[in-house]
Write a protein that binds this ligand. Structure first.
Ligand code: HEC
Ligand code: HEC
Length: 305
């Protein structure tokens, strides 16, 4: 396997590397062969009194450098490094990585140990939770935060308020298969209606709402051409509360004070106008069932302390 598209670069790299190493050896040899006048200074002076003697390098010091040259050549024979020459040792980064993954999977205290344990039991087992936390800190932390607190657009996993459900199987399914939250744009409704809808939505949890606008918004929510309810439900309690086919839509409950984005009027108007598309990646293939199961237990523990 090689990334070189022509032989030229292969030989070019080999040339640069070998010339570098041989250059070092020649330089060392020339230093050893030079004549010195021991005890005489070179004539420079720094900081007024700091002078440099013209003494040779100590022998042991030169030998250390010769050893590094020999080591470098031996290394390049054994490991890949000289152009596309693979080295006689057969080492590759992929092989090393696969070996480490296999060792980790075979570890009797790793994720496999918990593959038959029910998710709530994992959440109640401190050792399992700690193993799960380490996986979480590798694969999930960048989006959901170090304590599962989430951030704008990335749901909080600690609050037991769910887009896709908090039952053990639902959490496991979310992690294994991923989720797509998609809200279509509504700019066709016009600015005034959108502002009123935003007021209506915000009136459930915010105090700075104009009641007249919220009332108009409530009327608009029931209109034929306003389709919010097809995802958020007639009661605005979100798709999860509607059950059945709605379960995988991921439309949030709009009546509580839990926000995926923020509750400011500007943001709510932006969401309604332009819609939102959001994705939780799928992990089943990449991590395998044991790790997914353990992570589900860890996520479950975050909201079941
Ligand atoms: C690239 C960012 C990203 C990474 C990495 C990520 N997630 Fe997510 N996750 C999301 C987004 C975005 C959502 C919300 C999807 C939506 O709004 O439709 C989500 C949703 C979830 C949910 C559903 C929450 C609910 O309220 O129903 C769970 C559970 C979850 N993630 C767990 C995890 C775990 C465990 C990992 C690590 C294996 C992980 N996530 C890694 C972005 C990410
Ligand atoms: C096709 C389904 C669908 C329709 C129709 C829909 N929504 Fe949504 N809505 C969603 C989804 C899914 C999300 C979450 C987006 C995400 O995960 O980023 C969302 C998010 C929101 C949010 C942000 C909530 C938060 O926690 O930050 C608001 C506000 C909102 N919708 C209001 C509305 C209003 C008002 C309408 C009607 C004009 C509407 N939605 C129509 C699916 C829909």
């Amino acid at each position: 396997m090689s990334d070189f598209t022509s032989e030229f670069w292969n030989y070019y790299v080999i040339g640069v590397v070998l010339i570098g190493i041989i250059g070092c050896a020649v330089f060392l040899w020339s230093q050893g062969a030079a004549t010195y006048t021991i005890g005489k200074t070179t004539g420079h002076a720094w900081d007024e009194t700091l002078e440099e003697f013209n003494n040779p390098l100590p022998k042991w010091w030169s030998w250390l450098f010769y050893i590094t040259v020999v080591f470098a050549l031996g290394y390049l024979v054994y490991f890949p490094g000289l152009g596309k020459f693979a080295g006689i040792g057969g080492w590759t980064s992929v092989k090393q990585w696969e070996g480490e993954v296999q060792a980790a999977d075979a570890n009797p205290d790793g994720p496999k140990k918990y593959s038959q344990m029910p998710i709530p039991a994992i959440a109640a087992d401190p050792e399992a939770v700690e193993t799960g936390r380490r996986l979480y800190m590798t694969y999930c932390v960048q989006c959901h935060g170090p304590r599962g607190e989430g951030s704008r657009g990335f749901p909080n996993l600690t609050d037991n308020d769910w887009l896709y459900g908090g039952e053990p199987e639902q959490i496991e399914e979310t992690i294994r298969d991923g989720r797509n939250g998609s809200m279509t744009a509504n700019d066709y409704l016009g600015e005034d209606t959108i502002r009123d809808l935003a007021s209506y939505v915000r009136s459930f949890s915010q105090s700075d709402v104009d009641p007249a606008s919220a009332n108009r918004g409530r009327a608009a929510y029931g209109r034929e051409d306003v389709i919010c309810w097809t995802c958020h439900g007639r009661d605005l309690k979100g798709s999860l509360a509607q059950g059945g086919d709605y379960l995988t839509l991921g439309a949030p409950n709009l009546t509580d004070d839990v926000w995926l984005y923020d509750p400011s009027e500007a943001t709510v108007i932006e969401t309604i106008t332009k819609g939102r598309v959001n994705q939780m990646p799928t992990w089943g293939k990449f991590l395998g069932p044991d790790k997914v199961h353990l992570l589900a237990g860890y996520v479950y523990s975050l909201s079941h302390k």
